[in-house]
Design a protein around this ligand. Structure first.
Ligand code: 5GP
Ligand code: ZN
Length: 134
């Protein structure tokens, strides 16, 4: 039998996880609980249309696992992050923007403009991009 403080710790972790799942828009998209135009999915990640596109092509690549941002300790997620980058390239090809070019963006925290706190890679293409970004 586990001591009470350990049980409480386990319950707390479970509750935190459930709350994240319950409240996170992109977890809902990944679980097909929220509708989205899905371009690609596998066991690790899912790619879907941004609801407020900033370019003719604007997709979001997210991990199925809830990761808040690049600020998390991601030592155990190197394979996942690498996989997501390979999916980016494949999606760009599929959408025909690989030749003309495209931009990938990961906003982290308020000053960068992160509004959804589930890690996502923006893929933007189909128009000329400017530099520096706004
Ligand atoms: P961020 O500002 O966090 O870098 O990017 C969040 C992006 O998610 C925004 O471009 C926003 O338009 C998009 N977005 C927010 N909520 C939803 C949603 O429920 N569904 C989809 N498909 N995109 C969303
Ligand atoms: Zn999430």
């Amino acid at each position: 039998m586990l001591p009470f403080p350990i049980k409480r710790l386990i319950f707390y972790a479970y509750w935190k996880g459930m709350m994240k799942m319950f409240g996170c828009t992109f977890c809902k998209v990944a679980a097909h609980e929220k509708p989205a135009r899905i371009f690609y999915e596998d066991e690790h990640c899912i790619v879907f249309q941004d609801t407020n596109p900033q370019a003719p092509v604007h997709m979001l690549v997210i991990p199925r696992k809830h990761i808040t941002s690049l600020n998390e300790n991601l030592d155990d997620d190197k394979m996942l992050l690498g996989h997501m980058m390979t999916v980016v390239g494949r999606m760009a090809k599929e959408q025909g923007i690989d030749g003309t070019g495209y931009r990938t963006v990961v906003n982290t925290n308020a000053e960068a403009g992160q509004t959804v706190f589930h890690l996502h890679i923006h893929i933007l293409g189909g128009r000329v991009m400017h530099w520096p970004p706004g």
